[in-house]
Design a protein around this ligand. Structure first.
Ligand SMILES: Nc1ncnc2c1ncn2[C@@H]1O[C@H](COP(=O)(O)OP(=O)(O)OP(=O)(O)O)[C@@H](O)[C@H]1O
Ligand SMILES: [Mg+2]
Length: 167
């Protein structure tokens, strides 16, 4: 499955220390969550971090943009599409979709990025508990205002760009 990482034109210059921390967390745990306030640079860091580690995953990186998602039905439909299950899943009930995503990812070696989980944290936590159990080759990078509260989660706080010095 080809990766679907969004393009990011902002340079990663100055982000090396944070990218190293994220890379270390991804290498040592199954779920890393970038936390911080809106505009802090969570999405920017997630794109650059995922781009860095992509060669390490046999089945690449799949990116799910959850920014417009406000309910569990759309959450599961969006993740299903991100992992290549196709649009016909939109009418399926949530639990059937959780099962379909588990089946799809079961044999894969993949980094799944869930960007902007803040509006659907309980739904993300439920899905992650399931897929991290059934998919041993799966690693997840999430971004969220607050931690997702899933066992084994490693959080990396994003503080945002340093303020410009006064002129
Ligand atoms: N350290 C940084 N250096 C340069 N630009 C940055 C930095 N952090 C963030 N930005 C820029 O600030 C804007 C917001 O960043 P980003 O979208 O990554 O934030 P976010 O934490 O994902 O916020 P939200 O999801 O609420 O929009 C983007 O245009 C991004 O390129
Ligand atoms: Mg964002």
């Amino acid at each position: 499955m080809a990766s679907n990482l969004p393009e990011e034109t902002t340079s990663p210059a100055g982000l090396e220390t944070q990218l190293d921390r994220i890379e270390h967390a991804l290498a040592t745990g199954r779920l890393t969550t970038l936390t911080g306030t809106g505009g802090a640079g969570r999405t920017l860091l997630a794109i650059h971090a995922a781009g860095r580690v992509r060669p390490l995953y046999r089945d690449g990186v799949r990116w799910a943009d959850l920014a417009p998602v406000h309910d569990d039905e759309l959450l599961l439909a969006t993740v299903s599409e991100a992992v290549g299950l196709g649009g016909h899943t939109r009418r399926m009930p949530v639990e059937a979709l959780v099962e379909a995503v588990c089946e799809r990812l079961a044999g894969m070696h993949l980094l799944l990025v869930l960007d902007s989980c803040e509006h659907v944290r309980p739904g993300c936590a439920h899905l992650l508990c399931e897929i991290l159990t059934t998919s041993p080759g799966l690693t997840v990078l999430a971004t969220s205002g607050q931690p997702l509260g899933v066992r084994g989660e490693q959080c990396v706080g994003v503080l945002g760009p340093a303020p410009r010095p006064p002129r």
